[in-house]
Design a binder for this molecule. Sequence first.
Ligand code: AMP
Length: 209
Amino acid sequence: MKRLIFIGPPGAGKGTQAARIVQRYGIPHISTGDMFRAAVTAGTPLGLEANAFMKSGRLVPDAVTIGLVRERFAQPDTANGFLLDGFPRTVPQAEALDVALSTDGVVLSAVLLLEVPDDLIVERITGRVTDPNTGRIYHRRFDPPPTDVAFRVVQRPDDTEDVVRGRLLAYHEQTAPIVPFYERLGLVRRVNGVGSTDDVTARLVKSLG
Ligand code: AMP
């Protein structure tokens, strides 16, 4: 059984790779970004609160995010493993997760750190589009959607160059500091995120043994 955390800068390919990993290991994909986007679309109070932060590329406050993840972990499917994508993203989130997991006697399998240099990120993110029907992610240049899908793809509102710069800053200032936390626990597997989607998947799977 795999209990995984997936960390990496925005646009590193976490969403695409996460979809493959959860399928391979038969575990639920827990993406706080996806959960926030669903709340925004549904227009719930949580969505209204989160949207203000997401639009400008800032992180949603820890108390809100931790509450959301805690509710998700109350679902029975998480008993058989999970892949956390986009959480934890701050040291207080990592600490809260640590407390919650150790209270339940749950031990993490690995923390996957997907590494992509900043200068590649902006190019990747600003071309990124999603098929709303399937959730499949494409890139306008590197992985263009087929013509029968291209007409309906959508771009995330926070995938513009301005907002991406803010999200990268948030990553370096607030998220990167959680890496030493997991390094001390010997859990970190650094994986090069540059290359084809298949190559990166192969590296991730190999790093998990
Ligand atoms: P993502 O889809 O993971 O890139 O997340 C999109 C946006 O959702 C982020 O830029 C944040 O505004 C918000 N978000 C997602 N996960 C978290 C988190 N763990 N903590 C705070 N904000 C988050």
